[in-house]
Write a protein that binds this ligand. Structure first.
Ligand code: FAD
Ligand code: SIN
Length: 558
C-alpha cells in the first residue's frame, strides 16, 4: 500500500525544513530523511548566513560580491532575489526561535572571504546546529509534519517509466528502522528508537506518492576522499533526478574549503573562514605568511583563490599542510567567538589561542546540481528541488561564503509559497497506481567488501584526478576508472537487495561521472574549475554546462 501525502520532502536540512514549515500551512508534509532528523550538512555549518543588516552595507554590495565570486556564471536575477529576500528570511528564522549572536540589540555580524562588508549572521561558530535546533523544534510541534527518519529515498517515480506522462509521482524509499520489520506502520513519534539493521536482515521498500516531491538532499562531499561533509552527503538527489531525466548543471564547480583541520584522528572538521574574518593568517610551516603573493585581498580573497594558493604552496614546499594562525588575537576573544573550534582542536592537542592550526583544503560544497526556476521547479513536472542539491544560478562558478544557508532559506520559502497556491488544484487528480518496488531475483549482499573497495577507489580517483587543479589527461583517466566502477556497481546493484551503502555508492558514482563529464566539456579555467590545459578564462564560454540522461554535457548558449 502506498503512503500518500501532499508534499513529500526528501531531506531535513535548512532547505527541507524551511520548505516543510511553510508548506504545512497548506497541506500535509512527510519528511523522509536518511538518518536521525538533524543529520545534515546544515548541522555542521559554522560561519553563518550572509544577509544585509549593517547600516553601511546594501543589497547592491551583496549582489556585487556574489557576482564577483561567481566568475561570470551567476544568474543575476537569482542573486538579486537572494540578496533582497535574505534579511526577511533571517528575521523569520529568528521569529521561529533561532538564537543568533547579538550586540547592543542588533545581530552581531561576522566577516568572511569575498564579502566587502560585515554581513554574516551567526551563532558563535555553530550556526547550523542552532538553525537545525530551532527549525526541528517548530516542525516537532506542527501537526501537519511527519518525519520518516532512517528512511533513504532510492529512486523517484516518474510516471513515464510506466507508460504514463512525464510527471514525478513520488519516490521509492528504503525503510531502515526496526519498525519496518515489525508490521503495522506507526506514527513516527510512537516508534521505538530506530537502530540500524545489518544488511543481512530483510529489507522494506515503501512507495510514497505525493502531489509534489521536493528534493532537499544536500551536497555530495563524499565523492572526494577528503571532505568537510558528513556521511549523508552522497549526492542522492542529483543522482535520482538525473536517472529520472531532470536537467543537471555546472557539476564541474565543486568548491574546496581552504581550511579543514589536518590531524590523523580528525575526520572532516572544518576550521571556519570566520577565523580569517577576524584576522587569522595563513602561513607556511616555517611561519611565513603567503597569501599576499597570491591576491591583494590576502587571507580574505574568495575561497577558490585561497584554496588554489594553499594547493600551490603545499605542492611547492612538499608540505602536507599549511598553518592558520590566530594567536595574535586575545585568548578570551578567540574562546568567545570560536568555542566549538577551540574545544575541538583542544581534543587533538592544539590550543588555538597559543598555537597555529594545521589545515588543508577539502571538498566542501557542490555549486552545481539540479536546475530549477525561480521557485524551485525542476525540468520534470511534479518534482521540485531546493538547497545544495540544486543549481539555481546563485553561485555561478564559485559560491561566496555563507550564501548557501541563505539559498536554502530563500528557495525553501519560495517553493513552498508557490506550491501553496497550487495545492488545491493538484488535489483534484487522484493519486496514480504505480507498481510496488520489484525485488526480482535479488539476494542479500554477501560481499560487502566489494562495496567498500569501490567506495574507496572512487573517492581516491576523484581526489587524485579531479581535484583543485585538473588536466585533460587526468580527467580522461578518471572517466575510464569511473566507467569501470559503474559497470561493477550496476552488476552488483541488480543482483543484490539494496542497502543504504550500496545506494549511496551508486549515487556517488553518478555524481562523479557528472563532475568529470561537465569538467571535460569546459575548455577554460573559471572559478572553481582550473585546468592546466586551458589556463585562461574565455569570454565565449561564460555559460552553464548542462547535462541530461542520454545527452552529453554541453555549454548552453544564454
Ligand atoms: P543538508 O543540510 O545537507 O540536508 C540534506 C538532507 O537530506 C539530510 O537530512 C540528509 O540526511 C538527507 N538526505 C540525503 N539523501 C537522502 C536520501 N536519499 N533519502 C533521504 N534523505 C536524504 N553554508 C553557509 O551558508 N554558511 C556556513 O557557515 C556553512 N558552513 C558549513 C560548514 C560545514 C562543515 C559544511 C559541511 C557546510 C557548510 N556550509 C555553510 C554549507 C551548508 O551547510 C550547506 O550547503 C547547507 O546546509 C545545505 O542545506 P540543505 O538543506 O540543502 O542540505
Ligand atoms: C565557514 O564557516 O568557513 C563555512 C562557510 C561556508 O561554507 O559558507
Amino acid at each position: 500500500m502506498a503512503i500518500t501525502t501532499d508534499f513529500l520532502v526528501i531531506g531535513s536540512g535548512v532547505a527541507g525544513l524551511t520548505f516543510a514549515l511553510e508548506a504545512a500551512e497548506h497541506g500535509e508534509v512527510i519528511i523522509v530523511t536518511k538518518r536521525a532528523r538533524d543529520e545534515s550538512n546544515t548541522k555542521y555549518a559554522q560561519g553563518g548566513i550572509a544577509a544585509v543588516f549593517a547600516p553601511d552595507d546594501s543589497p547592491e554590495a551583496h549582489i556585487a560580491d556574489t557576482l564577483e565570486a561567481g566568475a561570470g556564471l551567476c544568474h543575476e536575477v537569482v542573486v538579486e532575489i537572494c540578496a533582497r529576500e535574505g534579511p526577511e528570511r533571517v528575521r523569520e528564522l529568528i521569529a521561529r526561535g533561532a538564537q543568533f549572536d547579538h550586540e547592543n540589540g542588533q545581530v552581531r555580524l561576522g566577516r568572511e572571504g569575498g564579502h566587502s562588508a560585515r554581513r554574516i549572521v551567526h551563532a558563535a561558530d555553530a550556526t547550523g546546529l542552532e538553525i537545525e535546533r530551532a527549525l526541528l523544534e517548530q516542525a516537532r510541534q506542527n501537526p501537519n509534519i511527519r518525519f520518516a527518519e532512517h528512511h533513504t529515498a532510492i529512486d523517484l517515480i516518474p510516471l513515464s517509466r510506466f507508460g504514463g506522462p512525464d510527471i514525478c509521482a513520488g519516490a521509492y524509499v528504503l525503510d531502515e528502522t526496526d519498525a519496518a520489520l515489525n508490521g503495522p506502520r506507526q506514527r513516527d513519534s510512537e516508534r521505538p528508537a530506530p537502530r540500524h539493521r545489518p544488511a543481512s536482515k530483510p529489507h522494506v521498500v515503501e512507495t510514497y506518492l505525493a502531489r509534489a516531491t521536493v528534493l532537499a538532499t544536500g551536497g555530495a562531499g563524499k565523492v572526494y576522499l577528503y571532505t568537510t561533509n558528513p556521511d549523508v552527503a552522497t549526492g542522492d538527489g542529483v543522482a535520482m533526478a538525473y536517472r529520472a531525466g531532470a536537467e543537471i548543471a555546472n557539476m564541474e564547480f565543486y568548491q574546496f574549503h581552504p581550511t579543514c583541520l589536518f590531524h590523523p584522528e580528525a575526520k572532516s572538521f572544518l576550521v571556519s573562514e570566520a577565523l580569517r574574518g577576524e584576522g587569522a593568517i595563513l602561513r607556511l610551516p616555517d611561519g611565513k605568511a603567503f597569501m599576499a603573493s597570491h591576491d591583494p585581498r590576502k587571507d580574505l580573497a574568495p575561497r577558490d583563490i585561497v584554496a588554489r594558493a594553499i594547493d600551490f604552496e603545499m605542492k611547492r614546499t612538499g608540505s602536507d599542510y599549511v598553518l592558520l594562525d590566530i594567536t595574535h588575537r586575545p585568548a578570551s576573544f578567540v574562546r568567545e567567538h570560536f568555542p566549538t573550534i577551540h574545544a575541538q582542536c583542544l581534543r587533538y592537542g592544539i590550543d588555538i589561542t597559543a598555537q597555529p592550526i594545521p589545515v588543508v583544503p577539502a571538498a566542501h560544497y557542490m555549486c552545481g546540481g539540479i536546475t530549477t526556476d525561480l521557485y524551485g521547479r525542476t525540468t520534470i513536472p511534479g518534482l521540485w528541488a531546493i538547497g545544495e542539491c540544486t543549481c539555481t544560478g546563485l553561485h555561478g562558478a564559485n559560491r561566496l561564503a555563507s550564501n548557501s544557508l541563505l539559498e536554502g532559506l530563500v528557495f525553501g520559502q519560495r517553493a513552498a509559497a508557490r506550491l501553496g497556491t497550487q495545492i488545491a488544484e493538484l488535489r483534484q487528480s487522484p493519486f496514480p497506481d504505480v507498481p510496488e518496488w520489484q525485488v526480482g531475483n535479488a539476494v542479500a549482499s554477501d560481499e560487502e567488501v566489494v562495496v567498500a573497495h569501490n567506495w574507496d577507489e572512487l573517492r581516491r580517483t576523484m581526489w587524485n584526478y579531479v581535484g583543485i587543479v585538473r588536466s585533460d589527461a587526468r580527467l580522461r583517466r578518471a572517466a575510464r576508472r569511473i566507467s569501470l566502477l559503474q559497470e561493477e556497481i550496476r552488476e552488483y546493484y541488480w543482483k543484490h537487495l539494496v542497502t543504504r551503502d550500496l545506494l549511496e555508492l551508486r549515487n556517488i558514482a553518478t555524481v562523479a561521472e557528472l563532475i568529470v563529464g561537465c569538467a571535460s566539456a569546459r575548455h577554460e579555467s573559471r572559478g572553481l574549475h582550473t585546468t592546466i590545459d586551458y589556463p585562461e578564462t574565455s569570454d565565449r564560454l561564460g555559460t552553464d554546462t548542462v547535462v541530461k540522461r542520454g545527452v552529453l554535457p554541453y555549454l548552453r548558449g544564454r
